[in-house]
Design a protein around this ligand. Sequence first.
Ligand SMILES: *[C@@H]1O[C@H](CO)[C@@H](O)[C@H](O)[C@H]1NC(C)=O
Ligand SMILES: *[C@@H]1O[C@H](CO)[C@@H](O)[C@H](O)[C@H]1NC(C)=O
Ligand SMILES: *[C@@H]1O[C@H](CO)[C@@H](O)[C@H](O)[C@H]1NC(C)=O
Length: 326
Amino acid sequence: MFFLQLVLLVVLLPDGDSEDDFQDPNSFRVIMISSLYNHSWTQNLASAWLGELQTIGWNSKTGALIFLWPWSKGNFSKEEMMEQEKALHTFSIKFPLIFKDHFSEWQLEYPLQLQMAKVCGLQFGEPSVGYLQIAYQGSDLVSFQNMSWSPSPKGGIQAQKVCKLFNQYHMINLRLHRHLSDTCPRFLLGLLDAGKADLQRQVRPEAWLSTGPSPGPGHLLLVCHVSGFYPKPVWVMWMRGEQEQQGTQRGDILPHADGTWYLQVSLDVKSREAAGLSCWVRHSSLGGQDIVLYWEKPHSVGLVFLAVIVPLVLLAGLALWLWKRW
Ligand SMILES: *[C@@H]1O[C@H](CO)[C@@H](O)[C@H](O)[C@H]1NC(C)=O
Ligand SMILES: *[C@@H]1O[C@H](CO)[C@@H](O)[C@H](O)[C@H]1NC(C)=O
Ligand SMILES: *[C@@H]1O[C@H](CO)[C@@H](O)[C@H](O)[C@H]1NC(C)=O
């Protein structure tokens, strides 16, 4: 159901660029970063993510998992979760060790940065490809899929050597394969179900307008802020009447701490052409009713002045006149 909703959203949203920057919400990934500063100093960081939502943190000192949502354990039992915790802890110790042991053979260098991502996903509710990827110094090195390790095209001789070694660990690879094709998708299914109240929630954005730093003499940068929405896909456009403004610049969609999103969309216009422009916001939470904010016409400030200040001055004048007459 959740998946269907997203497919619909992507189809319904007229602007395509929102799809590119969000991770498939039906994938579960565990990531770990090992930083080896020298032979005796290693630091590990690990976390687990459902799409772009972090569900589990990790205490690198104790090796304990930190569950960030009440449903972060999905439908796994305490024992099953402890097994996963133990596996991650063991991995965090052994993984950097392998690289240390082959330091000169693989021609590695300190400081050494290793990144690992273990991913499984669902497609149309069925388990799809699961894989594990390892990067060295920020570039893909090797990946594991379907029982075997393969070098990244850009990994060079280093990647080939790593693959050759990893492909000899038959038992480990068998276990990894089972994890990726069974345990992980099973956990993911349970997780999507346990967390559906939060995952399928709809939170309405707030929107407001401002000006940004002046792009140049006689120009204005109009900024439309859209804040606090969930889920992530959103369409925001500067319009004149029904006409989309081609110069609309879309910022990155940024996360709020509560899991909702923020987006800023700007337009550089000649000051005298700003009147009559509006910012349109379309989001699944709005039930088809776009938010439309009009850029106030410059002379409306003058109107406010006339409507409020002038009577005040007249009143004050009248009061003064009366007071003098008395
Ligand atoms: C390893 O690096 C850490 C952190 O930079 C440093 O404190 C430590 O002295 C280094 N150890 C050696 C043996 O170089
Ligand atoms: C995975 O490996 C098996 C056996 O080697 C093969 O039959 C299957 O087609 C492979 N699947 C994919 C998706 O590569
Ligand atoms: C958890 O939910 C999934 C999907 O509904 C199911 O396949 C699995 O058997 C359940 N239990 C465990 C312990 O994985």
